[in-house]
Design a binder for this molecule. Structure first.
Ligand code: ZN
Length: 96
């Protein structure tokens, strides 16, 4: 089974390096919200570092440390847009 292109190849290694850097440098700030992981966790205790795309959805594009709260909300927007397109194509009746 082939993974999504942004989950394979060079991205994987550099994403791990980005996350590792953020984890080992507590003063690292999320490029999106500008908070440290400690500040993010005051409101989202389960937050962790991810490697975020500086350009949403760009395969092989630049990465930066991004808190999971920002990353999943950005990814969720893209994912929902794709799901909506598939729903419209594959169904005559929308079910929510
Ligand atoms: Zn953030």
């Amino acid at each position: 089974m082939a993974g999504k292109p942004w989950h394979t190849g060079p991205f994987r290694a550099s994403a791990a390096a980005v996350r590792q850097y953020a984890v080992t440098h507590p003063a690292t700030r999320c490029w999106r919200c500008g908070l440290t992981i400690g500040e993010v966790r005051r409101h989202n205790p389960d937050a962790h570092w991810t490697a975020g795309h500086l350009v949403d959805g760009q395969v092989g594009g630049p990465l930066a440390p991004e808190c999971s709260v920002c990353n999943y909300s950005a990814g969720g927007r893209l994912g929902r847009a794709r799901q909506l397109k598939q729903r419209v194509k594959g169904r005559t009746k929308l079910e929510w």
